[in-house]
Design a protein around this ligand. Structure first.
Ligand SMILES: CCCCCCCC/C=C\CCCCCCCC(=O)N[C@@H](CO)[C@H](O)/C=C/CCCCCCCCCCCCC
Ligand SMILES: O=c1ccn([C@@H]2O[C@H](COP(=O)(O)OP(=O)(O)O[C@H]3OC[C@@H](O)[C@H](O)[C@H]3O)[C@@H](O)[C@H]2O)c(=O)[nH]1
Length: 390
């Protein structure tokens, strides 16, 4: 056997190992997702329902903002405050928040205008004033696009056991019209759900900051929220600190339902590119692991290896690989949705193919850029995940 043969066989064995690992990730996601998501909130006695300060950092408006924010005034929970903040006194979101505060005078809600600059991360700057004014020990950071379920706080607080420091809601999307709405739902219900569910089930930090609840003392022990302003992925580092302080991270049974009125395929691709950039800067091994864990790239490599080692048809193996992956993705999406999907199987096929075919291109695109644009602010990203505003 020549050296080339030995190398090719070793490469094939490694690829096959990676391929098995990916099916393991699929399996854990399916089992954990089915057992965990959409279950009723954990039973908790009324005296254990601690107060929660909900921080809503806002920048600008979209056509669903009023409706989404209103859902926070209808949360069924005995003690919570709503702390809205905007960075700029001209922000049109101010009018919307003021209208809601007038409409629901019984809800404890405040609006903070003007950010406190503590570092480059705009979201952190925007959250500084409400964080410092918060009166409860549990802080729920909730992005502007989120639509709240009435029992969301009961569920998150129910997961806040004494050894838990942070409760995450996994991102998903409300039913929205048009192909872009389908596309986002397919992304969050397949690739994102698969990796997040498995990571959380295995205790790997895979945070997203769209809707999470953290113990205030964890942030205070780091010296305050300002500690996270130097990073773009402040959510990841908050989860990292939580674990470093000896707490666990728990997943809420409820999903973080994104419902922004402003969405398009192009806008979503820009967001995915930004996330790709920040993930790789934060966890550099993902530069290799992410593309290798994608259906088409992995299937292509493993099919060639299988033909080389076992003499099986690479094409037949590749098509089988794609079909099984596709069916598992459809099953996981249905688990996340937990009700009939608002689109046909053909729509799913189109959105799934678009996602699978563009993922490699978006990864490459994100690695070619060191500058990140987030809400009209430009940042230069450094290895390690720190940023500098340009
Ligand atoms: C041969 C293949 C082996 C496969 C190994 C697994 C490869 C993982 C592939 C993709 C990871 C995708 C992670 C998706 C969720 C990340 C969410 C996100 O982008 N969040 C950002 C925005 O909120 C956040 O600011 C960024 C955080 C930084 C890094 C996230 C680290 C994720 C580590 C994921 C490991 C997941 C797989 C675990 C299975 C063993
Ligand atoms: O400069 C900014 C940018 C954003 N934000 C707020 O931050 C929240 C998230 O912003 P976007 O919806 O634009 O961004 P994403 O959904 O991509 O954010 C997500 O990924 C990046 C992480 O750092 C965030 O924590 C996470 O929420 C919104 O509530 C937005 O209003 C600010 O307050 N200031």
């Amino acid at each position: 056997m020549s050296v080339v043969d030995v190398l090719l066989i070793s490469f094939s064995i490694a690829s096959f190992g990676g391929w098995l690992l990916v099916w393991f990730i699929h399996t854990v996601a399916l089992i954990y997702g089915k057992r965990k998501l959409h279950k009723p909130p954990p039973a908790i006695s009324p005296e254990d329902l601690q107060g929660v300060s909900i921080i809503k950092p806002l920048v600008g408006v979209d056509s669903n903002l009023y409706y989404n924010l209103e859902t926070f005034f209808k949360i069924d929970y005995p003690a919570y405050e709503l702390l809205f903040s905007v960075m700029d006194e001209q922000d049109p979101a101010i009018m919307i928040v003021q209208k809601l505060i007038e409409r629901y005078p019984k809800i404890d809600a405040k609006l903070f205008i003007g950010m406190k600059y503590v570092g480059p991360n705009g979201k952190v700057n925007n959250m500084m004033k409400p964080f410092e004014a918060s009166k409860y020990d549990l802080i729920n950071i909730s992005d502007s696009s989120i639509k709240a379920a009435p029992d969301c706080l009961k569920d998150m607080v129910g997961h806040m056991a004494p050894d838990v420091g942070l409760v995450l809601q996994m991102p998903f999307c409300c039913d929205r019209k048009g192909f872009a709405g389908i596309y986002e739902k397919v992304f969050f219900g397949t690739m994102q759900a698969r990796n997040m569910l498995t990571a959380i089930a295995l205790g790997i930090n895979c945070s997203t900051g769209m809707s999470s609840m953290v113990r205030k003392e964890i942030v205070e022990r780091c010296g305050g929220l300002d500690h996270f302003a130097k990073y773009l992925a402040e959510d990841f580092f908050l989860a990292h600190e939580t674990v470093a302080q000896g707490y666990k991270i728990s997943l809420s049974n409820k999903l973080a339902m994104q419902n922004s009125g402003f969405y398009s395929v192009d806008h979503f691709h820009k967001r995915l590119t930004r996330w790709g950039q920040l993930r790789v800067a934060t966890v550099p091994t993902l530069l290799i692991l992410e593309p290798l864990s994608e259906c088409i790239v992995l299937g292509f490599i493993v099919s060639l290896c299988v033909e080389y080692v076992f003499g099986l048809s690479a094409l037949a193996f590749f098509l089988m690989h794609i079909l099984v992956w596709f069916l598992i993705d459809y099953t996981l999406l249905n688990i996340c949705q937990d009700s009939p999907l608002p689109f046909s199987k053909f729509d799913f096929l189109c959105a799934w193919l678009l996602r699978e075919c563009t993922s490699f291109y978006l990864s490459i695109k994100s690695h070619m850029q060191r500058v990140i644009v987030w809400r009209h602010r430009r940042y230069r990203l450094r290895w390690g995940g720190t940023i500098e505003e340009i």
